[in-house]
Design a protein around this ligand. Structure first.
Ligand SMILES: [Mn+2]
Length: 252
């Protein structure tokens, strides 16, 4: 039986001539990646409070990309002018989902905002705006559309130091990735380990320091896998881990 992967949603505004509707959305790229890896994706809207019941329904979690966290979630009293799209309900929902999933040993893959969600939920902090850091360390454009790259094209490399479950996901010492972020991990949460960094020193992938199957990546493999098949691997590994957990929990 295929494992069910809960996929977090982004809020979006649907403007019609007669009204504007607030919607919960997921790009097909994420859903196709999960389905292509052998899982059943289901969308998890943040407009519910009973996170524990939501977790009953899934074998694995995919935390998608999106707008910025409220800096208050990681104890930052100031809000940088470029911090955008804060949605307190999404923040609270994802933090509760992550903490509950780790308690239940539900495998988690976090992408872009998702790696940041993992770090925030587990007690880490974020850089609010990479370009306005005091000492810009390199010319890497972590928002690659500003340098004319298509979404599926790699724009920088990451150096991989595999450990734990990440060793099985990133089998090569260096990986070419795309990049669509202006924030990044600052202080890494104590429960996470860095497993990939960009040449300018930002953490681009993490895994859990303990036995939990938790992977976060700062890039967007869901935009790349159709052109670069190695980027389907994180989704396959998530689906495999979710299937294994499902078998472990199944009644004899
Ligand atoms: Mn990047």
């Amino acid at each position: 039986m295929k494992p069910v992967i809960g996929v977090t949603c982004s809020p979006a505004e649907d403007v019609r001539p007669w009204a504007t509707f607030q919607k919960q959305t997921v790009s097909d790229n994420y859903l196709d990646a999960v389905a292509g890896a052998g899982g059943i994706p289901i969308m998890l809207p943040s407009r519910v409070d009973d996170v524990d019941r939501v977790l009953d329904l899934v074998d694995g979690l995919l935390l998608t990309g999106g707008a910025d966290f409220d800096p208050a979630c990681y104890g930052d009293a100031s809000t940088h002018p470029t911090t955008y799209g804060v949605d307190p309900r999404r923040d609270a929902f994802e933090i509760a989902l992550i903490r509950g999933a780790i308690e239940r040993d539900i495998p988690i893959l976090g992408i872009c905002r998702g790696i940041q969600a993992l770090n925030v939920a587990l007690g880490g902090t974020l850089v609010q705006d990479i370009p306005s850091q005091d000492a810009p360390q390199s010319s890497i454009a972590h928002r690659q559309y500003e340098s004319g790259h298509a979404p599926h094209e790699p724009s920088h490399r990451v150096d991989v130091t595999p450990e734990g479950v990440a060793a099985d996901v990133f089998a090569m010492p260096s990986l070419a990735v795309n990049s669509f972020h202006h924030q990044a991990i600052a202080a890494l949460a104590p429960a996470l380990r860095s497993v990939a960094t960009s040449p300018d020193g930002f953490i681009e992938a993490v895994c859990h320091a303990g036995p939990c199957w938790v992977i976060g990546v700062q890039w967007h493999p869901e935009m790349m896998f159709a052109h670069h098949s190695e980027h389907l691997r994180p989704f396959q590994a998530l689906v495999e881990a979710a299937a294994t957990r499902r078998l472990t929990l199944a009644p004899a």
